[in-house]
Design a binder for this molecule. Structure first.
Ligand code: SF4
Length: 169
């Protein structure tokens, strides 16, 4: 998604949300993991002026959100990570979700995020992409849980029973 009238920041060249790193399933736009939107062209959205409301005009990632606390360099096409604030609800707790753009998020980005989450008393789940031979993602797995005890251990135990936090919906 290249721009949103309600977003604080201009997306510029960033179109990673249209490229299959996030699963999108609305009435008008369906983007499976690993597939780019059918409307995406070499120069951005091919139906930009008539793009649908949901998600194209209403969704924006944590970087682009109004009053986003994320710095400029954390824009997803640069940091290779999409931050979704308050994206996961689990047993009464709320977690931010970090979605990698690529197989894994870089150490620099993860280290910055861990300092950020700690400073702001946030809980977060950082994912990792399972990749196909063609370089496209096929699904997400959990890489790291950032939460205080006992929440962290409780969530780890829940996941070890085979529950899938990142693909609940
Ligand atoms: S219609 Fe355009 S803005 Fe919406 S997901 Fe597709 S390429 Fe992105």
């Amino acid at each position: 998604m290249t721009e949103n009238k309600a977003a604080r920041r201009d997306y510029g060249e960033c179109d990673v949300c249209c490229r299959g790193w996030l699963k999108i399933n609305t009435d008008e736009i369906k983007i499976p993991i690993g597939e780019a939107c059918q409307h995406l062209s070499d120069v951005g959205c091919g139906i930009y002026t008539t793009r649908p409301e949901n998600p194209c005009r209403t969704f924006f990632c944590g970087w682009a959100a109004e009053d986003s606390p994320l710095p400029e360099w954390m824009q997803p096409h640069n940091s290779r990570a999409i931050v979704l604030f308050n994206a996961i609800q689990w047993q009464g707790y709320t977690f931010d979700q970090v979605v990698p753009v690529g197989e894994e998020i870089s150490r620099k980005t993860i280290e910055w995020l861990l300092v950020f989450f700690k400073a702001h008393n946030r809980m977060a789940v950082i994912g990792k992409n399972e990749m196909q031979f063609n370089g496209k993602p096929s699904g997400k797995v959990m890489l790291m849980i950032f939460a205080p005890e006992p929440v962290k251990s409780q969530l780890e135990a829940w996941c070890q029973k085979g529950n899938d936090l990142l693909n609940q919906k």
